[in-house]
Design a binder for this molecule. Structure first.
Ligand code: G3P
Ligand code: MG
Length: 252
């Protein structure tokens, strides 16, 4: 097996700079951009009044001072909760952002965005349509990609806007012959859990012309291995660590 030549390994900030700041908040996104990431990954869900919001879980319990399902609150009601479970008072008040707030901020920045459609546990009606409508309104078609564990959501995105790239997310067992699977459905990328990735996974994707972005890569051991294999991107909670490591590696 020969892995093809390495080109550029993107650093993708997972839920923003979530290793140091409250995940999926504007603070974490701004800090990730300042840290020099190439791309931000974020998760979208829908509120009771059908506003797209950026939060990982279907409920607010794990990350905030509140409880309950996102879909049971209006956007306005959700705004009173603080994303402070992990860092306490350290960063003051950080609200759940709406996707539109994020787009209006990122529009002027030189980074791209990986929008993860959280439709795996609960299939929000018209989630894909609503995300795409806002992307179009903000003219961000060439600066975003989609990813999802729910591959039906990706098929829907391809029906609606084929020019936007899609990444097939998988959990730690991965997917055998993932490169073929992705190419069969015209998806451009494969996004596996690092625990299930080998050089063969990467070669398989390269054989089918599929880019591979691996999550979640938070240490040098992972970076070294993926860099040597010619991985296209790492999705990380620590974008600064990854950027520093890459700069040293490439003697920049
Ligand atoms: O994009 C990689 C990653 O976000 C997938 O897992 O659960 O953190 O959304 P999760
Ligand atoms: Mg995600």
């Amino acid at each position: 097996m020969t892995l093809k030549e390495y080109t550029y390994m993107k650093v993708i900030a997972h839920r923003g700079y979530s290793g140091k700041y409250p995940e999926n908040t504007m603070l974490a996104f701004k800090k990730a951009e300042k840290a020099g990431c190439d791309e931000i990954e974020l998760d979208v869900q829908l509120t009771k009044d059908k506003v797209l919001v950026i939060i990982h879980d279907e409920t607010i319990d794990r990350v905030s001072d509140g409880s309950g399902f996102v879909r049971d609150y209006t956007f306005k009601e959700l705004q009173r909760f603080n994303i402070n479970k992990k860092f306490g008072d350290k960063y003051g008040f950080n609200a759940i952002p709406c996707f539109e707030e994020y787009l209006s901020w990122v529009k002027t920045k030189q980074i791209t965005t990986n929008i993860e459609l959280k439709s795996g546990n609960y299939y929000y009606e018209d989630l894909e349509e609503k995300v795409i409508k806002l992307i179009r309104e903000y003219g961000m078609e060439s600066r975003v990609m989609f990813s999802s564990f729910n591959h039906v959501s990706l098929i829907r995105c391809k029906q609606l806007i084929p020019e936007i790239s899609c990444g097939v997310l998988t959990l730690k067992n991965g997917l055998g012959n993932a490169g073929y699977f992705a190419s069969k459905y015209h998806f451009e990328c494969y996004h596996p859990d690092i625990r299930g990735v080998t050089d063969e996974t990467i070669q398989n994707c390269k054989d089918y012309g599929i880019k591979i972005n691996v999550w979640t890569v938070n240490n040098e051991e992972g970076l070294e291995k993926l860099y040597d294999w010619g991985c296209d991107g790492v999705i990380t909670n620590y974008p600064k660590l990854c950027k520093n490591w890459l700069a040293l590696k490439e003697n920049k």
